[in-house]
Design a protein. Structure first.
Length: 413
């Protein structure tokens, strides 16, 4: 069995929060990924939340989460000496992942065209808000801005309120996944041709891929998909999709005809056992229930009855009961639920990493997929600032200890 999926490859990670996740995925797959930070530490180390709320660069939980399995060095790329050291690293590198603004690396003499002369096999993956070309290429944009420009933001939230942001850096995460895909495809091509290339990833374009039906519905029918929050809107009728219960929420949707027949019958019988099923639900032929032929008043009557039943139960009671009855219903899980999930425990999803510098062990999400022959493993915590400087500069590049100290004194590392 191989050590890992991509052992033997090396990557240089020049990203900020726009691209950390891509470098992490490469590292998780076994690529020796070296995170390069400015002397003093990467700006992402200032992103919250922080371990025990201590605002220190070594205690950013965001940084820790997205930089596992990487080694870390410091290097000032804006100095000539720093640029020469970087070029030495490029000679033995397979991948470079960067998220600088277009043109920045060219100003430093470190753009793909010049680095390819040093190493023709190198693959550079660039992650930017709008890509390397086009009228927006030089514009700056946050994750929130890209979500807004990529239609995703418009779909999130309730129809009677302003759109809401989708969690933390969702646009960046999707772009990083596509950046990984592009990198691996370029690696396959390199295996066939021997040539490296630059992979240009636009975060905005990545977001459009997850905008779902919004763009094609407009393009084909001039129908603007509306956000519906915790409701399901269809054919002018509205029905809850998220329901409040004793201690949280469950996700449940009344389906029509054969699709919803078993669930709707089982729910009605369950409600009736508690004395909470109205006569019109017990008398209904659920197999012939048709969304398109029902009116809003009918839906509201059903929703009122179901809502009373759900509020009398806990989320876990409802999920367990639904599983036993073969119903389509599930609880809306919180973080504690997922950490204690029997399913995730059975698959050894959670990984505990020891943090000697914190005197604690922290639980991390595990591999994004399981491979029978080449396992993906989360083996080590994110690097401390400059933690592997000596290991890489002295042991690998052959610098002396005095040269290493001089580089520190000059602010180069």
């Amino acid at each position: 069995m191989a050590d890992s999926l991509m052992s033997g490859f090396r990557a240089l990670d020049l990203t900020n929060e726009r691209g950390y996740f891509c470098g992490k995925l490469l590292a998780d797959m076994g690529v020796d990924t070296i995170k390069i930070e400015n002397p003093g530490g990467d700006s992402g180390r200032n992103l919250p939340p922080f371990y025990h709320d201590r605002h220190e660069p070594e205690k950013s939980l965001y940084w820790l989460a997205y930089n596992t399995n990487k080694r870390g060095i410091t290097l000032n790329l804006e100095t000539s000496h720093g640029q020469e050291l970087f070029k030495k690293l490029v000679k033995t590198t397979d991948f470079i992942v960067e998220s600088f603004s277009p043109g920045y690396l060219a100003k430093l003499g470190l753009d793909y065209e010049r680095l390819a002369k040093i190493n023709p096999r190198v693959i550079m993956t660039s992650i930017t808000p709008f890509g390397q070309s086009g009228p927006f290429a030089d514009m700056k944009a946050s994750d929130l801005v890209v979500q807004a420009m990529g239609v995703l933001l418009r779909q999130a939230g309730d129809i009677d309120r302003a759109p809401v942001r989708t969690s933390i850096y969702q646009a960046y995460m999707h772009a990083c996944a596509e950046a990984l895909e592009g990198t691996l495809i370029a690696n396959y091509y390199r295996g066939e041709s021997g040539e490296g290339q630059q992979v240009d990833v636009s975060i905005m374009e990545s977001v459009l891929w997850i905008a779902g039906r919004a763009v094609p519905f407009w393009d084909c029918s001039k129908i603007e998909m509306k956000r519906s929050g915790g409701y399901w809107d269809r054919s002018g009728r509205r029905f809850p999709a998220l329901w409040e219960c004793k201690d949280g929420f469950v996700a449940f949707l009344i389906q029509g005809s054969v699709t919803g027949d078993k669930t709707n019958k089982s729910l009605t019988e369950w409600m009736d056992s508690k004395g909470l099923a109205p006569a019109f639900m017990k008398e209904r032929d659920w197999k012939s229930f048709d969304w398109n032929k029902s009116n809003q008043a009918d839906f509201e009557a059903i929703a009122e009855a179901i809502g009373k039943f759900f509020k009398a139960c806990t989320a876990q009671e409802l999920e367990d009961g639904a599983i036993n009855r073969g119903m389509m219903l599930n609880k809306v899980c919180n973080s504690e639920d997922t950490l204690n999930s029997e399913q995730l425990k059975a698959r050894d999803f959670w990984v505990n990493l020891k943090h000697d510098e914190l005197g604690e062990t922290i639980t991390y999400p595990g591999a994004f997929a399981k491979f029978s022959l080449t396992p993906i493993e989360i083996k080590q915590r994110a690097p401390l600032i400059g933690e592997h400087n000596r290991e890489i500069y002295v042991k690998e590049l052959g610098l002396s200890e005095s040269e290493l100290n001089d580089l520190k004194t000059q602010g180069i590392i």
